[in-house]
Design a protein around this ligand. Structure first.
Ligand code: ADP
Ligand code: MG
Length: 433
């Protein structure tokens, strides 16, 4: 007897015909066990939705086998449900009736449906809204109805396809919290969750395992357990360390960090200068590469395509490589899955990704430690500049400070008061108040 709840064996899926035929996913092996919450991460087009459709039996794979509780899957899997990015609710039915539809489809007798749907709505925090119509609800609340409807099916395997990505930040956060509480408290009958997401922090916050995919063709490139206990603290050093490791997997990082990143100012070894680029220019490069057909671009073409000089292109590609957004080999530049994720992310998600990447640079570790060591978290720009002059020429030191401010502000790791020339951080409320 096979112990896995779900097992994918050498799954390959192709779309289109003739010359236009593409391999969407190739040779994917993946298992999900009872009790596991697995997050599936990867850039757009790497085949995440394709895999969910195959897992739930909505599509058959071109090659390979899906085993559910050890049995080959034939047709739609009645034990699995997908929650999509946006839920199609019936606009003419109330919230409660929308959930009852799912109960009816499951063959629950009419006299039980009302009570059950009220309980499900309560579970997702929608008590009091039973008689409302979908148009009266915010996007976040509509998505909650969607969750209630998915839960009405009592799926053993709950699949989420970017289920939080269309919501505003607050609704997404509250719905994540709600789901996590249902899951960790064992109230839900669900045995396992498979969550597709673009949001790396969301994956590390919620899942017990992250599976990372890359595209062209879609395939699994890493599979790691996350053993942090719940509830997880987003700002704790342990959380940030795991987050960092997941980013490194997405960046395909291979070099030990001290070689790659250099040392901090004042430490023995070489302090690596921040490449002379603005965040805006870097984002422009990543977007350009993301839109290029194929996955490699000649570096020399960038000068012409981006209308930049050789030095500017060198700085840009160095920054992309330093931050793990791209790899450069034999004169070609290629985005890493992390670079693709950045190029396709919302502004907020970009800031998060950027912050996580620059926090590992010795220059920022040093700067943040210096800020932390002051009682009011305020530093004169000149103090930093003079410290850097021990290792850089005066012009370079001044430029490094400007870059650190530009990058740090974008990442929201620090703030800068232009008139007073002070680098500072807002004190956490508990300390300030
Ligand atoms: P993801 O969910 O990771 O963004 P998808 O599974 O949607 O990726 O798509 C994987 C690849 O397959 C992409 O290149 C996409 O364009 C292609 N694809 C997906 N669905 C179809 C389809 N129905 N017909 C043709 N190509 C498709
Ligand atoms: Mg998708």
């Amino acid at each position: 007897m096979n112990g896995h709840l779900l097992e994918l064996k050498n799954i390959t899926q192709k779309y289109g015909r003739g010359a236009r035929r593409i391999t969407a996913v190739e040779n994917v092996n993946l298992t999900v066990d009872e009790g596991e919450f697995v997050a599936l991460l990867g850039p757009s087009g790497c085949g995440k939705s394709t895999l969910l459709r195959i897992i739930t039996g909505l599509n058959r794979p071109a090659e390979g086998q899906v085993l559910y509780r050890g049995q080959p899957l034939n047709g739609v899997n009645p034990h699995a449900t997908i929650v999509f990015q946006t839920f199609a609710l019936f606009p003419w039915l109330t919230v409660q009736q929308n959930v009852e539809v799912a109960l009816k489809a499951r063959g629950i007798p009419p006299e039980q449906r009302a009570e059950r749907s009220v309980a499900l709505l309560d579970m997702v925090g929608l008590d009091g809204f039973e008689t409302a119509y979908p148009r009266e609800l915010s996007g976040g609340m509509r998505q909650k109805v969607g969750f209630a409807r998915a839960m009405a099916v009592e799926p053993e395997l709950l699949c989420l396809d970017e289920a939080f990505s269309a919501l505003d930040v607050l609704s997404a956060d509250s719905l994540r919290g709600e789901l996590l509480e249902l899951w960790t408290s064992g109230v839900m009958p669900t045995k396992a969750i498979l969550m597709v997401t673009h949001n790396i922090e969301e994956a590390v916050f919620m899942a017990d395992r992250v599976v990372i995919m890359d595209k062209q063709p879609g395939r699994v490139i890493a599979d790691r357990k996350i053993t942090l206990p719940h509830p997880r603290q987003r700002k704790s050093p342990e959380f940030l360390e795991v987050l960092d490791r997941v980013y490194a997997l997405l960046a395909g990082q291979t070099q030990p960090e001290y070689i790659e990143l250099g040392t901090a100012p004042g430490e023995a070894g070489r302090t690596r200068a921040l490449p002379d680029v603005s965040v805006g220019e870097l984002a422009g490069l990543l977007e350009f590469l993301d839109e290029m057909p194929g996955d490699r671009t000649d570096v020399y073409r960038l000068e012409h395509e981006l209308g930049l000089g050789t030095t500017a292109v060198l700085h840009l590609t160095e920054a992309a490589e330093l931050l793990g957004f791209a790899t450069i080999a034999k004169g070609d530049i290629a985005l890493t899955p992390l670079g693709e994720t950045f190029a396709e992310a919302s502004i907020l998600a970009r800031k998060e990704i950027f912050a996580t990447r620059i926090r590992r640079l010795p220059m920022f570790k040093w700067l943040l430690a210096m800020l932390n060591a002051t009682d009011k978290r305020r530093l004169d720009r000149d103090v930093i500049r003079l410290a850097l002059e021990l290792e850089f020429s005066p012009e370079d030191a001044a430029r490094q400070v400007e870059l650190a401010i530009d990058w740090g502000r974008y990442a929201e790791l620090l703030e800068y008061d232009d008139s007073e020339e002070i680098i500072y951080q807002e004190l956490p409320e508990a300390v300030a108040g």
